[in-house]
Design a protein around this ligand. Structure first.
Ligand SMILES: [Ca+2]
Length: 156
């Protein structure tokens, strides 16, 4: 019992001192994270293709508007930033919710995909202009690797 009381005194006294001397520092608000529907095009990536861009449509849940996405905060697989243009806003699939269309450098996206992958999860994140809401969503794409010739190259 004595030990328990002693412990309580130790626990309580520093906290009391702090609350009297130093005003509490307000913590930055945690982001509100919302799920976005991500659609990557092409959804089959041929590593031999010479295409320059990957196109991505981002649709936010109801009560959010994709027009409020802060373009400069968009990242693909945590690394690749969205190009600042071209962008467009519209409801391509006609479900009443706007999608934001952005583009990413195809070579930069490919560099995030491990060699030999047959498919890859593409995760896109970003912030809304309110500065407190973050969206994230994932699309899975197929990877078409160039055919590798056998080392000895001999035909039977
Ligand atoms: Ca839509």
């Amino acid at each position: 019992m004595y030990l328990l009381l002693f412990g309580l005194v130790i626990l309580i006294s520093p906290a009391t001192t702090i609350s009297e001397d130093i005003p509490p520092v307000p913590e930055p608000p945690l982001p509100v994270i919302i799920d976005a529907a991500i659609s990557i095009n092409p959804n089959s990536l041929n590593l031999k293709s010479k295409g320059k861009w990957i196109t991505c449509h981002i649709e936010l849940p109801e009560s959010y508007d994709a027009a409020n996405i802060n373009i400069s905060t968009i990242l693909l697989n945590d690394i690749v930033p969205a190009e600042s243009k071209p962008i467009s806003i519209g409801d391509c699939d006609g479900d009443g919710l706007n999608e934001l269309m952005v583009k990413f450098s195809r070579s930069a996206v490919q560099s995030t995909i491990p060699l030999g992958s047959e498919s890859a999860d593409i995760t896109v994140t970003g912030w809304l202009t309110d500065g407190t809401t973050k969206f994230q969503g994932t699309d899975t794409i197929k990877i078409v690797s160039p055919k590798v010739k056998p080392l000895n190259g001999k035909n039977k």
